[in-house]
Design a protein around this ligand. Structure first.
Ligand code: GLU
Length: 475
């Protein structure tokens, strides 16, 4: 990815914001404040790798302090630069507002290819990054709370937590310093699958609205819809697995670093993932056409109903947008469509379900994890057995009244108390459905707003502006 492409990402985000801002009627000064990145911290720090000292370039951007803490992942990638992190931090602010997660947006980036380093070096890089943030007061459960993003996962989050705890041992809420931690290190069940599961709930909701599907010439419901997923990382793999298993979608194509595969009749995504694990590649998967590495991006242009870019930004641009056949594009990645690419897709009548809504499941469950950390107790611990007993009594009473017994299996289904994972999934589902209808509500209320991204930004800008208008701006 060239420097020019990356700068375009931030420009795209600004274009999306400006397009929506016109529909809010808010004063220019306030809109400028909502748009800009409040704080940018660029670091260059030394880390010993083997016998050498390597200077690491890293960032943390806090886009908006209208609510604190600020929140957003940390990305490890060779392409990290200031504009990219600013664009991603900006998206986080609007994402949080859309799903009513009471945080400002932030993002971090470390300019390394994580696959070039062993675990020991990555641990050193991560711990030193955390220390730099601690020393500038750029991290903390009430200040700024990182999470996983591209190239990071629960292992790195555990290192961040441990580093913070080492420095701030007196902070009883130290576990709330970072989310996406392993479950045995104060993480929460369901965080790993959360972004993909949220994408599924968002797609399902979109497909369940008959008039919207009719406009696209599609039948109602996710069941039977043909889907292509670009990127089989955490988000792409959970999106495809859950959409297939729980939504009845048919995965017809997947794209990865090594190439892409396509089968118009679909394949079992579990088998594809298993095949990749065993052979190190999706290429050669039985029954599918293999597309070599050099042409892997062409998978975006294959025939399907729903295209899910789930990797990195800027993959659908003015160059390939006109070739996209899917009628629905679900942005599981952050920023996969540039503003120019979007114009072409919208002119062609496509439904774009935007990143700031569709991939907000990750930060939503991060919010649940943070709440769990501050409450120092897992969800469901107090009420599970009580609910179970109450429902069992109810079933027994009904059995007595009707003179017939239900089977043990049925009884367990009805009377089961909720575990943490049940509550997390339920909270996530509720959040995604609510947010979808809030965004759609903007389009119904404002006929000049004709696309979902603009509607999502309008909804978010209005929420953020009402915070500023209510609290005032400190002189
Ligand atoms: N990195 C994820 C995102 O882009 C999650 C952020 C979080 O959980 O704070 O939304």
């Amino acid at each position: 990815m060239s420097q020019q492409t990356v700068v375009k990402f931030y420009d795209s985000v600004i274009n999306f914001f400006d397009k929506a801002a016109q529909h809010t009627g808010l004063p220019d000064g306030l809109l400028s404040q909502i748009k800009v990145c409040n704080a940018v911290y660029r670091m260059l720090y030394p880390v010993k790798i083997g016998n050498e000292v390597k200077v690491i370039e890293a960032y943390r951007v806090q886009h908006s302090h209208h609510r604190t803490p600020t929140k957003g992942g940390i990305r490890y990638s060779n392409h990290v630069n200031q504009e990219e992190v600013m664009a991603l931090a900006t998206l986080m602010t609007f994402k949080c507002a859309i799903v009513d997660v009471p945080f400002g947006g932030a993002k971090g980036g470390v300019k390394i290819n994580p696959w070039d380093y062993d675990a020991e070096s990555l641990e050193r890089i991560t711990r030193r990054y955390t220390t730099e943030l601690i020393n500038r007061n750029f991290i903390g459960p009430s200040v700024d709370v990182p999470a996983p993003d591209y190239g990071t996962g629960e292992r790195e989050m555990a290192w961040i937590y441990d580093t913070y705890r080492t420095f701030k041992g007196m902070d009883i809420d130290a576990a709330g310093v970072v989310t996406g931690k392993p479950v045995n290190q104060h993480g929460i069940h369901g965080r790993t699958e959360a972004t993909g599961r949220g994408v599924f709930y968002g797609l399902r909701e979109a497909c369940d609205i008959p008039e919207d599907m009719k406009k696209l010439g599609l039948s109602t419901g996710l069941k039977g819809k043909r889907m292509i997923v670009q990127g089989l990382g955490n988000v792409g793999s959970f999106t495809s697995k859950i959409s297939q298993d729980e939504g009845g979608a048919i995965v017809v194509g997947v794209g990865e670093m090594e190439g892409a595969i396509y089968n118009p009749n679909g394949f079992d995504i579990h088998e594809v993932l298993k095949f990749r694990k065993e052979t190190g590649s999706i290429l050669g998967f039985p029954g599918a056409t293999s597309i070599p590495k050099e042409q892997r991006e062409s998978i975006l242009e294959y025939d399907c109903d729903i295209l899910v870019p789930a990797a990195l930004e800027d993959v659908i641009t003015f160059k390939n947008a006109a070739n996209i056949k899917a009628k629905i594009i679900g942005e599981a990645a952050n920023g996969p469509i540039t503003s120019k690419g979007e114009e072409i897709l919208l002119d062609a009548g496509k439904l774009i379900i935007p990143d700031v809504f569709l991939n907000a499941g990750g930060v939503t469950v991060s919010y649940f994890e943070w709440l769990k950390n501050l409450s120092h107790m897992r969800f469901g611990r107090m009420e599970k057995r009580f609910d179970q007993q109450r429902l069992t009594n109810l079933v027994t009473m009904v059995e007595r009244q009707v003179g017939r017994e239900v089977s043990d299996e049925e009884k367990n289904m009805i009377a089961r108390g909720a575990d943490e994972i049940d509550l997390v999934r339920s909270g996530l589902e509720e959040t995604m459905i609510n947010a979808y209808h809030q965004i759609r509500g903007v389009m119904v209320e404002k006929p000049l707003v004709t696309d979902m991204r603009t509607a999502a930004f309008v909804s978010a800008i209005n929420k953020i502006s009402s915070d500023y208008l209510a609290m005032g701006i400190f002189p």
